[in-house]
Design a protein around this ligand. Structure first.
Ligand SMILES: Cc1cc2nc3c(=O)[nH]c(=O)nc-3n(C[C@H](O)[C@H](O)[C@H](O)COP(=O)(O)OP(=O)(O)OC[C@H]3O[C@@H](n4cnc5c(N)ncnc54)[C@H](O)[C@@H]3O)c2cc1C
Length: 464
């Protein structure tokens, strides 16, 4: 059997690419190594609770009436009803820096303007100029890497304001340490500050089920527990995809969402040039501590915001920590804090910190669990000064690490945001193989889906 399109990975970019292709009658097969879809953004069950692995918030909020907004364009391209897709907008989020400096924002940009004016009155006009520049900047034009810090220093002048704006955008979408590509900064600024955070109704499972059902109804096929091992090539094309089981699947074209390092391995180009390959391995990874708390302890905590992006380190730097985890900075998320979400008996507090993958070799395997417990306690101790003490109220706690991320998604070194070098055009050295998802350059849930759709539009439909 020869498929028109084989897609490697049933994460959000793979599902979106699959739907787009199936919608236009292509014979498509998605190959996913795990037993459920979603990749980085999935779910699992513990003690009867469904726990989500990635969903703090979706970015790029837009009401259905804004037809040209990325979210609504995405729904149209996938032939999904935006009107039937219920969204819950964030309440309000805060960027928290040393000396309790707090800058809040919501999906209404006026709040951010007012907050900048309150804290940095000398920068009000400069910040407006930055927003104007971002609105007029097309980040998808191919250009060399440009330092966001350099650009911001020219426009904003005030370093503290610059770092406070960078922090959430780096935590939610920067694969580089220390600085960020200005185009990536613009993409993230638009999706977080200009458009904003929301959650769909229900859980990520409901969202994934909806996508999967739609894909199958359009004739798309998906196989779970089907890891891809390598490609068979002929000239400069992929002729078939070989599974770890040895099975061979014929493909006219292939889209890989497994990340560029993994894709190079499928092409058998990883061993021949190991140092070349290292360039594509990201260094930024994270731990996430999921705490389930009884609703009765809400009144003693600061828990009325959606997300708190905090940094207590001076000087500010976004980098892989020297120790296993840096609890001095991170993201505190209350995933129930969105408008009109029904309240339950329990609520979640999710805390994310930068983590160092390479230190895994310094622990004995039987120390791994103890390390998780140790860092979860240090995290709680540190963020106590921001939100209060919740430790004795925890009903259930789970910690996932860079090792978990690598194990369940195949992302080398647990690098959520993938390679520091992005293949923005999605092209590879093989003429019928394209890269979509994280290593193509769009990040986050909506970003990954847009990437899948864009790669199909640009390479598969263009060709036809
Ligand atoms: C802790 C955490 C929190 C996050 N929070 C948010 C958030 O709040 N909001 C947001 O928008 N985004 C968030 N993200 C990011 C978001 O999840 C990702 O950007 C997005 O899901 C990436 O999708 P993708 O399809 O590009 O990649 P992936 O999700 O990595 O999909 C790739 C798929 O390929 C499969 N695969 C890999 N190798 C093989 C192989 N050899 N054979 C077959 N299949 C293979 C993997 O199993 C995986 O399913 C978060 C991520 C994490 C980890």
């Amino acid at each position: 059997m020869i498929y028109d399109q084989v897609i490697i990975g049933g994460g959000l970019s793979g599902l979106a690419a699959g739907i787009r292709l199936a919608r236009f009658g292509y014979k498509v097969l998605i190959l996913e190594k795990h037993s459920i879809p979603g990749g980085l953004n999935s779910y699992y069950y513990r003690q009867g609770r469904l726990l989500e692995t990635g969903l703090h918030a979706m970015t790029n909020f837009a009401p259905p009436s804004l037809k040209a907004a990325p979210l609504n364009r995405l729904f149209r391209q996938l032939k999904l009803s935006r009107k039937n897709f219920t969204t819950h907008q964030q309440l309000r989020s805060t960027i928290y820096f040393p000396d309790k400096l707090s800058l809040s924002f919501s999906n209404d940009l006026n709040l951010l303007f007012a907050e900048v004016d309150r804290l940095f009155p000398e920068s009000t006009e400069r910040f407006k100029a930055l927003v104007e520049q971002i609105r007029n900047h097309d980040p998808f034009v191919s250009r060399p890497w440009t330092s966001a810090k350099g650009k911001l220093a020219e426009i904003l002048v005030n370093e503290r304001l610059m770092n406070m704006l960078l922090w959430p955008l780096m935590m939610y979408g920067n694969c580089n340490e220390h600085d960020m590509d200005f185009d990536q900064f613009v993409i993230m600024f638009q999706s977080v500050f200009l458009e904003g955070f929301f959650r769909p109704a229900g859980t990520i499972k409901d969202f994934l089920d909806m996508l999967l059902e739609h894909y199958r109804a359009l004739g798309g096929e998906i196989r779970f527990r089907t890891p891809v091992a390598r490609f068979e090539t002929s000239g400069n094309t992929v002729s078939s995809v070989i599974l770890e089981s040895g099975e061979e699947i014929g493909a006219k074209q292939v889209i890989s969402t497994a990340g560029y390092p993994a894709t190079l391995k499928f092409m058998d180009q990883s061993n021949s040039n190991a140092s070349e390959m290292d360039k594509f391995k990201g260094r930024m990874s994270f731990v996430e501590i999921i705490n389930v708390l009884p609703v009765s302890c809400r009144q003693k905590l600061r828990c009325d915001e959606t997300i708190i992006f905090y940094n207590l380190d001076e000087p500010f730097d976004y980098r892989r920590p020297d120790e296993a985890v840096n609890v001095n900075c991170g993201v505190i998320c209350f995933p129930e804090n969105f408008h009109d979400l029904p309240a339950g008996d329990e609520f979640q507090l999710r805390v994310t910190h930068p983590a160092n993958y390479d230190l895994r070799d310094s622990f004995e395997p039987d120390e791994y669990q103890a390390q998780k417990t140790l860092w979860a306690a240090r995290s709680a101790e540190t963020i106590r000064e921001i939100i209060g003490n919740y430790q004795e109220n925890v009903l259930y706690q789970d910690v996932f690490t860079p090792i978990t991320i690598e194990k369940f998604t195949g992302k080398a070194k647990g690098a959520i945001y993938g390679s520091p070098i992005k293949l923005r055009d999605g092209l590879t050295s093989l003429s019928n193989l394209f890269v979509a998802g994280t290593d193509q350059g769009y990040l986050g849930i909506v970003g990954a889906m847009l990437s899948g759709v864009t790669m199909v539009n640009n390479h598969i439909f263009e060709e036809r």
